[in-house]
Design a protein around this ligand. Structure first.
Ligand SMILES: Nc1nc2c(ncn2[C@@H]2O[C@H](COP(=O)(O)OP(=O)(O)OP(=O)(O)O)[C@@H](O)[C@H]2O)c(=O)[nH]1
Ligand SMILES: [Mg+2]
Length: 480
């Protein structure tokens, strides 16, 4: 029995087995003229590639940069004087034998070295993401780490970079492996009970122990799933929708925040009709900023369609930037907007799912310097002038606070779930644990635990289907 328990406990994520394949090569740094370009190879012929291009000099010491004259093995023509590195597997990024050529970044040098490598028998150009895919196949990276690496390459804001780095550190993978181990133990206990319930040697309370472990795991999973999708939002950007009555200065604000002329600005009410989207870095957080048509009734069919789209977009917002003309608060369109959009959002539950709201009173440069400022009812507001920039710092500060709540702080707390894939597996694992609790007999309970454990394994990459892997590795470029 104990042998069986031990073998179950030793269970770990299944690694993808790959037969030793071709040796691949690619330019791993960016394309175009640059100071230094890095060309990599991975696979069993890496040593031959390195020797062929650097002959007659000796092979460099592993993992030490050495200066070598590179020449084309077929013609003997010199290609460049470059730094070369030799990483014998398994101590390399992919786990295979790897070589790196740090050459001067001119296109002629890069193309010359790539052509020379293409002429070495056993070498072929790499496909997109193939280096990382090999690292995954050799157990160098778990799937969440692979995703973290893809996110790091695509990170555009500081918060995205911090989140990707944490994921690349493998925290989510470690956490799910720990959970999977807990389930392995619980399963071993349940199976032991099924097989040896009659046996006097069986420790007392094995089933109760399994129940306790499952209960604790359910709590932990529930907590992670209640993250209000912050990790996903941080990865793809919070939806910030700029809305308000016509002519309030919505497009002016979008242009100001994105620092480019995204939308046409004009004194004619009803200028913007389509929803115009632009990705922006708002105080270090990624956001997808949408400019919308001014909300009003009784207009022609084209503008009416714009108003319909604006409402549709408001429903998808994480944060609504409500813009009003401070000199026009008594106008029917302003009052309607306050009633229809601002009032319901202003009284949202702090932890509810409705979007955050920031109310901006624009054109404050037109207010007389003396006298009280007109108020938009009981709602908190910020004064702004898109024309002079007055109030912009305060608005950015408020945006930063709201986005930090919406996206979470990627440096602290438990690792965030950055993809729908993570949520899917954790939710299904949790559902299976629910079935465990309700199972009428032990065989069904054990099966529920197996399903729950399988979802955790799939989260870290074991037993993942090829299609899922294809989707994940598609995010990479050639050379990564
Ligand atoms: N004085 C002043 N004028 C502004 C300010 N912001 C915008 N405007 C002017 O207000 C007018 C309308 O600006 P837009 O940004 O096009 O307003 P909008 O809300 O996008 O308008 P629609 O797309 O028609 O709904 C333009 O003439 C702008 O130059 C401001 O802060 N102060
Ligand atoms: Mg506009």
């Amino acid at each position: 029995m104990w042998r069986k328990l031990r073998s179950l406990a030793a269970w770990g994520p299944r690694r993808l087995c790959t037969a030793p394949g071709a040796t691949i090569f690619a330019l791993s740094s960016g394309h175009g003229r640059c100071g230094v370009a890095v060309i990599r190879t991975s696979g069993p012929s890496s040593l031959k590639a390195l020797q062929s291009l650097t002959a007659p000099r000796a092979l460099p010491r592993p993992r030490r940069a050495s200066l070598r004259l590179l020449s084309d093995p077929r013609s003997g023509a010199p290609l460049d004087r470059a730094l070369v590195l030799w990483f014998p597997g398994p101590r390399s990024f992919t786990g295979e034998d790897c070589a790196e050529f740090h050459v001067h970044g001119g296109p002629a040098v890069v193309n010359g070295v790539l052509e020379a490598l293409g002429g070495v028998p056993g070498l072929r150009p790499a496909e997109a993401g193939e280096f990382t895919r090999r690292a995954f196949a050799h157990g160098k990276l778990s799937l969440p780490e692979v995703e973290g690496l893809a996110d790091l390459i695509h990170a555009e804001t500081e918060a995205q970079r911090r989140q990707a780095l944490r994921q690349l550190d493998g925290e989510l993978g470690q956490l799910s492996r720990g959970w999977a181990e807990t389930l392995t133990k619980a399963l071993a206990h349940v199976e032991a009970y099924i097989d040896f319930a009659e046996d006097d040697n069986l420790e007392e309370g094995v089933l109760e122990q399994a129940d306790r472990e499952v209960q604790a795991l359910e709590l932990a999973l529930g907590m992670h799933l209640q993250d209000a999708r912050r990790g996903q939002r941080l990865r793809s950007g919070a939806h910030v929708v700029v809305a308000g009555p016509p002519n309030a200065g919505k497009s002016s604000l979008v242009n100001l925040l994105s620092q480019k002329p995204v939308s046409i600005v004009s004194s004619e009410p009803g200028t913007t009709r389509d929803v115009l989207e632009t990705p922006v870095d708002l105080a270090g957080f990624p956001a997808l900023l949408s400019d919308t048509a001014g909300l009003r009734e009784g207009v022609g069919p084209v503008e009416q369609e714009g108003v319909r789209r604006a409402w549709e977009r408001l429903e998808q917002a994480d944060l609504v930037l409500a813009v009003l003309d401070v000199t026009d608060l008594a106008a029917p369109t302003s009052r309607d907007f306050l009633d229809a959009v601002v009032a319901p959002l202003a009284c949202r539950e702090p932890k509810g799912s409705s979007p955050h709201l920031l109310l901006v009173l624009n054109k404050c440069d037109l207010l007389p310097s003396e006298g009280p400022c007109p108020r938009p009812g009981p709602y908190p507001y910020l004064l702004l002038s898109c024309l002079t920039g007055a109030g912009l710092d305060g608005l950015l500060e408020a945006l930063k606070k709201d986005l930090a709540v919406l996206c979470g702080n990627p440096s602290t707390g438990p690792p965030l779930l950055t993809r729908a894939r993570h949520r899917h597996h954790l939710q299904h694992c949790l559902d299976a644990l629910g079935h465990y609790r309700q199972a009428g007999d032990l065989a069904l309970a054990a099966e529920a635990l197996r399903i729950a454990r399988r979802h955790l394994t799939q989260l870290t990459g074991g037993g993942g289907s090829e299609e899922i892997l294809d989707v994940i590795f598609r995010d990479f470029c050639v050379g990564k």
